[in-house]
Design a protein around this ligand. Sequence first.
Ligand code: GAR
Length: 194
Amino acid sequence: MISVVVLISGSGSNLLTLLQKSENPLYPAKIVAVGSDKDAPGLEHAELYEVDTFVVNPEKSASKEKWAETLLANVLHHQPDLVVLAGFMKILPANFVRALKGKLINIHPSLLPDFKGAHAVRDALAAGSAKTGVTIHYVDEGVDTGEIIVQSEVMIEQGDTELSLHERIKKTEHELLASTIEQLAYKQLPATRP
Ligand code: GAR
């Protein structure tokens, strides 16, 4: 059984799937805490499942590095084996990333290296792509550049809006994130590091 801290900034639908999965005693990962950079709606899922939460707002810190230090202290307090960025929309500075090297993964709504950044779904639609998808990757010091663990394609349909496409991508994300964490817990994936 591995201990997982999840960081979110938004609605937390990926988090909710993980909380539901970890209710099953056969699922090999337990969510021990959920953190955010703000009072994100998704924190309610954690509260419902009686999982510890913490909020570390960058606007209340003297610098980005100081904010990351405090965020890191909150994460490490829970002694996680794995830290999952599930819709965490702040870029984490090097001091945070280095301290969690090999233990920090991110889910991103595109087939990286295509459409990095905060508007991946919108950008895929604007580019007129026929398909996009989901990437789960280790986090390094760049933005969406870390070593890819797994990807899954999602076709873009005629008439898709950013909302409809993102909803479909999220369905793929939920399954892929849960199964990837399961495989990492069983160490079925190569133990390569960013
Ligand atoms: C997810 O689609 C995730 O891939 C994306 O934010 C969404 C969070 O949804 N992350 C990024 O765009 C990171 N660059 P959720 O809060 O419903 O899980």
